[in-house]
Write a protein that binds this ligand. Structure first.
Ligand code: SER
Length: 329
């Protein structure tokens, strides 16, 4: 159950892959008027029409303060971030948005009496020296990407604000997120979403990681459910803060292509690794999420086959005639 039905919620990065669906899920739970959607980009029609929204650059502290004050915000879901591949191309921007933005959010939250902040971390917090299989909750965190460095720093800042100022900061180390509503942008795990669009539109995909690349992934309904479950959990049961390992799926790019081919027999996937291969190779293959399971009851609902079936169904009806390319299982 939600901690309180009277929350006034701010979502940053509401245009993003997770932000759009999270905003809609929060509006359904807490009431449309109680969830303020913000992003530096223009908000999509479904978000604008269903509740309050504003343009917000999280690196601008005064603008952030103004939104929090005007809307009497009590809880922040801080989703605005630059992802791993863009972060390697624009490391300064990634630092400014991911760390400057987070610091603004935490400072403003503390000053204005916001009670809780959700801030996601990522499997990118791990690095080549972390165990690749069943990567533990507590292990060496020495990421090689700038994005990963901002995620580890974000986890530490979250813990610091929790301990030092009593701000309730929570977060999940998201696996790669697979979604049917909003495309990801600038991430290393984006291939696991692009492949569906290309399979339906063109019957072929050129994948930017090798076929044997295994990464932890999660389907969006599970991702949203995990986020809300963690935020609903009684604080006393949580032994961690902004750094929960969460596992759902782990598969190779080749296994994903094969699962799609069961439904679209003519689908062809070729593999042309680029700079993102090295990023993928530095991340875990599977995750140990016992802490999340024990402390707040986490369990995923979608396996690979169920996820692929649901993705193809949703996307094929959205992309229209492409549905005719779907063969029987
Ligand atoms: N999905 C993200 C990325 O690929 C990782 O958190 O950058």
């Amino acid at each position: 159950m939600p901690a309180s039905q009277n929350e006034r919620i701010l979502v940053t990065g509401a245009c993003g892959q997770i932000g759009v669906e999270l905003t809609l899920a929060l509006r359904e739970r807490y009431g449309n008027d109680n969830v303020v959607a913000t992003d530096i980009r223009p908000l999509p029609a479904g978000i604008v029409s269903s509740g309050p929204g504003e343009r917000l650059d999280v690196t601008q502290r005064e603008a952030l303060t103004s939104v929090i004050e005007r809307h009497r915000i009590s809880v922040i879901y801080h989703m605005a971030a630059i992802l791993s591949a863009t972060g390697e191309e624009k490391p300064r921007l990634a630092w400014n948005v991911n760390i400057g933005g987070l610091h603004n959010v935490l400072e403003t939250a503390r000053e204005l009496g916001v009670t809780r902040v959700y801030h996601p971390s990522s499997i990118a917090a791990f690095g080549p020296e972390s165990p690749k299989e069943d990567t533990p909750q507590e292990t060496v965190l020495r990421p090689t990407t700038l994005y990963g460095i901002t995620k580890v720093t974000g986890e530490l800042l979250g813990m610091y604000y929790s301990r030092r100022f009593g701000l309730d900061v929570r977060g999940i180390r998201y696996p790669g997120v697979i979604s049917s509503e909003t495309l990801p942008g600038g991430g290393t795990t984006d291939y696991a979403v692009e492949i569906f669009y290309e399979a339906l539109r063109r019957g072929r995909y050129s994948c930017f990681v090798r076929a044997d690349t295994v990464l932890p992934m999660i389907y969006m309904p599970d991702c949203i459910r995990a986020t809300l479950m963690l935020m609903d959990a009684p604080r006393v049961r949580l032994r961690h803060a902004a750094e929960y390992n969460v596992a759902a799926l782990s598969f190779s790019a080749g296994e994903l292509a094969a699962e799609i081919r069961r439904r679209i027999p003519d689908f062809v996937c070729e593999y042309r690794p680029d700079f993102r291969q090295q990023i993928a190779d530095s991340w875990p293959r599977t995750i140990d999420d016992r802490a999340a399971r024990e402390e707040w009851g986490w369990a995923p609902q979608y396996d690979l086959a169920a996820m692929v079936e649901d993705m193809l169904e949703k996307l094929s009806s959205r992309l229209g005639s492409a549905s005719s390319t779907l063969g029987p299982l």
